[in-house]
Write a protein that binds this ligand. Sequence first.
Ligand code: TXA
Ligand code: MG
Length: 318
Amino acid sequence: MITEQQFSDAAEQLRRGNLVAFPTETVYGLAANALDSVAVAKIFELKGRPTFDPLIVHVAHRQDLLDLVREVPRPIERLIDRFWPGPLSVVLPRRTIVPDLVTSGLPSVAVRCPSHPVASRLITEAGVPLAAPSANRFGRISPTTAEHVREQFPRDLPNILDGGPCEVGVESTVVGFDGTSVILYRPGGIPLEAIQDEVGKVKVAGTDDQTPSSPGQLTQHYAPRTPLTISAHYGPIQNEQRVGLLALAQSAPPDKPSTFTAIEYLSKDGCLREAAANLFAAMRRLDEKNLDLIVATPIPEHDLGFAMMDRLRRASAR
Ligand code: TXA
Ligand code: MG
């Protein structure tokens, strides 16, 4: 339980230009007043994040979107009607009130209205929109508990509101519009199928020359320190090698489970929702076991499986 005092202290910190870590339904975020460049600069500094990687601005109510963006094309409006508040970020032409540092100088800004009650109360009490990336050091696994945030910043710990584990477990889906089609910049908590159900065919960024990939979407990201490989058939483990297994469900382990030093099953029965909620915490637990290698078995790429495979591919890129 977060007390009233904790909420008002955190809101006060934000208004003063300091950082606060807070829970959302996807992952924990590291927030600053989005309209204060100096405060936003502290996010980049604490995370060690390059400034070419733009941030998402969080609002408490959908009508607050119009303070930040110039227009909302019809297909994006439909997505907002259906999925806000929730794990969907929309990229739209920004107003000049949004600092360059938030958007990395781009003419567009990503905005999201989270459904987590703690997030929405914090934004409301702060009285300003909050720029917030995931509350991890740059390139590392996103935190899904307050404890994960503490581990990331052992020395210069920001104020953290502890709202328990995040329900969705993967970051928001990021979409934009190119004048003709909706573009998917990052797969996430709202499945691509659900978006297409609402607006028809969607272009996936980075898959062809016409659709630019999302700024700041680096190939290597979400990385554990331990090397990770995606494979359905991992051969016999060599002598003394410490190998961990990350698998969707117990029903489909590769080879002999007994040969693995550690095993994480993401779901009892292969439920993608449950698996997504467990993914980052399971990756962290394996990363703490001093393994030589983590073998992740492929996850079917539909619904939340698409976002999970995206994160696993980035974790496996070296
Ligand atoms: O679920 C989430 O989205 C979490 C929570 C805290 O809300 N936040 C999050 O932020 O994942 P971050 O900074 O880790 O990821 C921001 C993503 C990046 O992929 C970035 O490229 C994309 O949003 N993005 C931000 N502004 C953009 C823009 N103007 N155009 C295209 N993509 C943008
Ligand atoms: Mg992140």
